[in-house]
Design a protein around this ligand. Sequence first.
Ligand code: ADP
Ligand code: MG
Length: 508
Amino acid sequence: MGAAIELTGISKRFPGVVANDRVSLTVEEGEIHAICGENGAGKSTLMKILYGMLMADEGRMVVGGKEVRFRSPSDAIDLGIGMVHQHFMLADQFTVLENVILGDEPTRSLGRIDFKKARAHLDEVSKSYGLTLEADELVENLSVGERQRVEIIKVLYRGAKILILDEPTAVLVPQEVEDLFRNLRELKKSGATILFIDHKLQEILAIADTITVLRQGRTVATVKPKDVTAADLAELMVGSELPTPTKVGSTVTDRVAVEVRGVTVLDADERPVVDDVSFEVHHGEILGIAGVEGNGQAELVDALVGTRTVSRGQVLLKGEDATNWNVRRRREAGLAYVPQDRQREGLLLVAPLWENVALGHQTRPPFVKGIWFDRKGARARTEEVRRDFDVRTPNIEVTAHSLSGGNQQKLVVGREMASEPEIFIAAHPTRGIDVGAQAQVWEDLRQARAAGMATVLVSADLEEIIGMSDTIVVMLRGKIVARLDPDTVTPRDLGSYMTGAHLPKEAG
Ligand SMILES: Nc1ncnc2c1ncn2[C@@H]1O[C@H](COP(=O)(O)OP(=O)(O)O)[C@@H](O)[C@H]1O
Ligand SMILES: [Mg+2]
């Protein structure tokens, strides 16, 4: 078997960025080839070039032994290359069959769609690739995993033998990832070649036959999974050793920064989603809140920052009863926060980056001079955040919308940390960002902790919770069901408290 694809010296520049810098990539026929790298490494750009969506500035592409030059995706499709994008492009109100044939309908006389023929072809494709789907189900009734399967079938239906999947696991829960991997292995067995973008190391090692690592637009290595560890891969991705979340010593003081007393938050049906929760966070302390998502952490964070009403109990900030304070007042008292949903709560997507960095901080320096909003100050601060948190963008005048998810997250975390808060409420601060940026956030948290910042850290990343926290509490069904010592607890233990497999020993 020969190479299905050979790319040599591919370069692509965008204003201010070299997205691909003389990249080379060889994909053997019938293999699963993973492309990995940090956010902004140039993975999507390279795949879009291969799919004819973007034209390379330089370089050679050889597909099936022949040099090609694609002017549009239809040229790529003609050569059997198909792409499943990061964001699905399905019509919800249509059935699976209608979605699959959309744009490629077999017609009978007078241009009428030949559904019988389409259905037969769909059946044949589903069967030969072992992908099951209900052809007449409406897409809106499908789970995310099933929608993704529709996208894959749609590509196969058009005769693709080379499949490109751009971060397909980003939207899936672990169970769905397993299903996807099973499907991909089946596809491979029936002769497909698969290009697969991912940045989760364990997933890559589990599925790939070959791995190509991109860093800052360049190919840094092509390796076999059996020859590398997850740590090796991470090192290749970031160019240095894998950073781990750790803290050194204790900086916990005896001054209480946040006190939560018997706080209860009710949902629309008057059921407690946060149920009589109490804890204290001292200056210089990181309190980690662990829990399976949906056990009240998000609502607790809202109650702490002032975006949700507390039904019973009190929130005290630096000794003052802040239970009924609005967000502005809490911010002015020295609180900063990273919201769970950065797109909805944390950013004005249509506004430029520098306005976003001023967001929530407009009333204090460097954003005001006298009584006026200080654009110069805001821009200078934004440049700082951009540099310190490695926000990849051509300039700070672009809208937040144009940043990738990871870069949006870095902007929000950077903005909040740059205000040098005394109290920091961080919901999943490192979610969706690459290892390099994660390490930056951890380092900033450590430094701020040493300087006396009190942190409430909500995270689904158990390594992060254990590594960074001075104290861990576990939330389950709105209650705190355990208080654990991060120096002795294992991720496994923590997991069983989170699911309730442990009987709570110390309820708080
Ligand atoms: N259409 C575009 N216009 C300007 N810059 C872009 C565009 N697409 C990507 N970039 C930039 O090119 C770099 C590589 O992006 P991308 O290929 O999306 O990376 P990855 O998929 O590895 O995260 C990033 O710095 C990104 O901001
Ligand atoms: Mg991408």
